[in-house]
Design a protein around this ligand. Structure first.
Ligand SMILES: Nc1nc2c(ncn2[C@@H]2O[C@H](COP(=O)(O)OP(=O)(O)OP(=O)(O)O)[C@@H](O)[C@H]2O)c(=O)[nH]1
Ligand SMILES: [Mg+2]
Length: 374
């Protein structure tokens, strides 16, 4: 009797490759990959968090467990904010006695009750407030430092559970890539946050390289037709911080003119509009852009910045600008906005941006994108 034949490893491998190709082909029909790119701190994870609350859209918020997970990070954000305030006050600020007192309690690493009280006392001191106003722009605190200082007593209280707004304002830099998938009608959106460490930006190109070769391979063996590949959209986040615009413009220019993105839809998010608007009076635009002459009007200033970015689009890609306010919680002063365009900018949410994109895709108005069409 003939001995049973040993399984042919080549055959098994070939079947496995077939299975993977079939899977990739099926996914390519309806999957839309959104790649979040942008310099460190531009707001990629904040958009991710916002998309995450969309995922659980019916609850419209993070769960209590998810909120609680941020407690430590928010407390350390608050300590960092207080340190930043102290550093700024070192340069001739008022209330030197209270500053010294605060430095003493800062010996502890965790946010104690005494520390929170001392921070609160200093931050609400009218001389300190005036001094910060008078010494802007060199004393403008970063991002949401003033928010955490304002809420210091609540954040330090025993049993503190962060609110959704606290979580959106938390700064937790991620070096690792995170992915999230959610469905909208027949599309599956995969949002990929590649992390913004300077060395990580290389990963963007790696990521596209992999997709490029993979899709090319599929097409070359006749499994994919033009337009059937996964749609990949590059969401480029640019923070509207005047002092970081030079760096953002450089990375924008190299990315959009790279061969990988030649057929990719680019959505340019001009982010942190609320901070930009608040800083505009304290830090006039012409300090960084001498040819800008339209004064402290935030809408004109944003349009000018957008124009400067669009000038770098040598490859003439389809770029869709969006102004986004990622926080669903409204800012008190938003109500006073009367200018219709400004209203539009200030009230745009990630959800409406994604909806617009979804509709545009469904209408087929956006060019088919993705590196396989290179
Ligand atoms: N006020 C305000 N703060 C924002 C906005 N977008 C992001 N932030 C804050 O900016 C900080 C940095 O945002 P992240 O989302 O962590 O930035 P990132 O791009 O993920 O940064 P890395 O992970 O370091 O690459 C956080 O404290 C956010 O809350 C905005 O539109 N307005
Ligand atoms: Mg991040």
């Amino acid at each position: 009797m003939a001995a049973p034949q040993a399984p042919d490893p080549d055959h098994a491998r070939s079947r496995e490759i077939d299975r993977q190709l079939a899977q990739a082909f099926a996914a390519a029909q309806t999957e839309c990959t959104i790649l979040l790119a942008g310099t460190q701190g531009a707001g990629k994870s904040t958009i991710m968090k916002q998309a995450c609350t969309m995922k659980i859209i019916h609850h419209g918020s993070f769960t209590d467990e998810e909120l609680a997970e941020y407690q430590q990070d928010i407390r350390s954000n608050a300590i960092d904010a207080a340190r930043e305030m102290l550093r700024a006050l070192e340069h001739g600020g008022p209330a030197e006695d209270r500053r010294q007192k605060l430095i003493e309690v800062f010996a502890a690493e965790t946010l104690s009750d005494a520390m929170a009280k001392a921070i609160h006392e200093l931050w609400t001191d009218s001389d300190v407030v005036d001094w910060f106003l008078r010494h802007a722009p060199e004393t403008i605190l970063t991002d949401n430092a003033s928010y955490f200082l304002e809420h210091i007593l609540r954040i330090a209280a025993p049993g503190y559970v962060p609110t959704q707004d606290d979580v959106l304002r938390a700064r937790v830099s991620n070096a690792q890539t995170t992915e999230m998938t959610f469905a909208m009608t027949r599309y599956t959106f995969k949002v990929v946050d590649i992390g913004g460490q300077p060395t990580e930006s290389r990963k963007w190109l790696h990521y596209f390289e992999r997709r490029y070769y993979h899709a090319h391979f599929l097409r070359s063996i006749g499994r994919l037709q033009e337009g059937q590949i996964a749609k990949t959209h590059l969401f480029l986040l640019v923070e509207l911080a005047q002092d970081r615009l030079r760096e953002s413009r450089a990375s924008f220019e190299s990315l959009i003119n790279s061969r990988y993105f030649r057929r990719t839809t680019i959505v340019l998010f001009l982010n942190k509009f609320d901070l930009f608007r608040d800083h505009l009076n304290k830090a006039p635009m012409d300090q960084h852009f001498p040819d800008y002459t339209a004064g402290p009007d935030s809408v004109k200033a944003v349009k000018y910045i957008l124009w400067r970015f669009m000038q770098l689009n040598h490859a003439k890609l389809a770029i869709y600008p969006q102004y986004v306010k990622p926080f669903s919680i409204s800012f008190a002063h938003d109500r006073s906005i009367t200018n219709a365009i400004e209203m539009d900018i200030g009230n745009n949410s990630v959800r409406s941006v994604l909806n617009t994109i979804k509709e545009t895709i469904l209408r087929g108005a956006l060019r088919d994108s993705g590196v396989a069409l290179l």
